[in-house]
Design a binder for this molecule. Structure first.
Ligand code: MLT
Length: 244
């Protein structure tokens, strides 16, 4: 089975993803937030690229049962219901709601996913659930890291490396890796004992700390703390039951 990792989504061709299992990763913070929102009872998360699309989508699906959420430069968009901090997504606020989410990098990567197989949202908080779902699929794998403004980000690549490590060790798969996937695996293995520190010291981790979201960075590095399986289908991300 082939496992390819892409450190940024820009150069990835949609046709290269056809039929493959796809794992979308934006540890800080879209993927982590999506796990938190669905775990808190949100009906679905609808990823969109731009704030204008979010308002249009809310008008289309109904204002009463939806929230518009997201950030630019890490800060809640003006007049939106929620920002992009996982901690905002409490049961009281999001249960039974459709969350229309737009983030600077993470939600834009979903646009690449039109012709692929199963599309899984991956984060450190749900990494083992993602690994066993990928293994069950038995198809070639593409790991798409959101990165930051088309640049490498350490937390997404480490998370991709952690997924590959789990596929090799826990799931006992034999994988043919592209060079970026090999590098991600090395990066994870050499930082596995200090995930939180490494992520907090990364560019985006430092930025979020500076603007008051240090707690988000710490919780995003907490492996398997939110063991859910968010799957994109018909433009909505919903929970799939995790098989134990
Ligand atoms: C993104 O999509 O770039 C992130 O989720 C930004 C953030 O940390 O809110």
């Amino acid at each position: 089975m082939h496992a390819d990792l892409f450190m940024v989504p820009g150069p990835v061709q949609e046709k290269g993803l056809a039929g493959k299992t796809l794992v979308m990763i934006d540890v800080l913070r879209a993927s982590t937030t999506i796990c938190y929102a669905l775990n808190a009872g949100a009906k679905s998360v609808i990823p969109v690229s731009e704030p204008g699309e979010a308002t249009e989508m809310r008008a289309k699906i109904g204002v009463e049962n939806s929230l518009i959420c997201g950030e630019r430069d890490g800060i809640k968009i003006e007049n939106f219901d929620l920002g992009n901090s996982p901690l905002e997504y409490t049961r009281e606020i999001v249960a039974d709601k459709n969350i229309v989410l737009t983030t600077s990098n993470g939600t834009r990567t979903y646009g690449k996913a039109k012709n692929s197989g199963v599309i899984i949202t991956g984060a450190i908080v749900n990494i083992s659930a993602v690994a066993s779902r990928v293994a069950r699929e038995q198809k070639d794998l593409a790991i798409l890291c959101a990165g930051h403004m088309e640049h490498f980000s350490i937390e997404d690549t480490i998370c991709g490396g952690m997924l590959i490590h789990k596929l090799l060790t826990d799931e006992k798969l034999i994988l043919e890796l592209n060079d970026a996937a090999s590098l991600a695996l090395l990066l994870y293995r050499s930082n596995s004992r200090a995930l939180k520190e490494t992520i907090a010291q990364g560019e985006h981790g430092r930025y979020l700390g500076k603007i008051g979201f240090g707690e988000d960075v710490a919780l995003a590095a907490n492996a398997d703390s939110i063991p859910v399986l968010p799957i994109l289908q018909d433009s909505r991300i919903k929970l799939e039951e995790v098989e134990l």
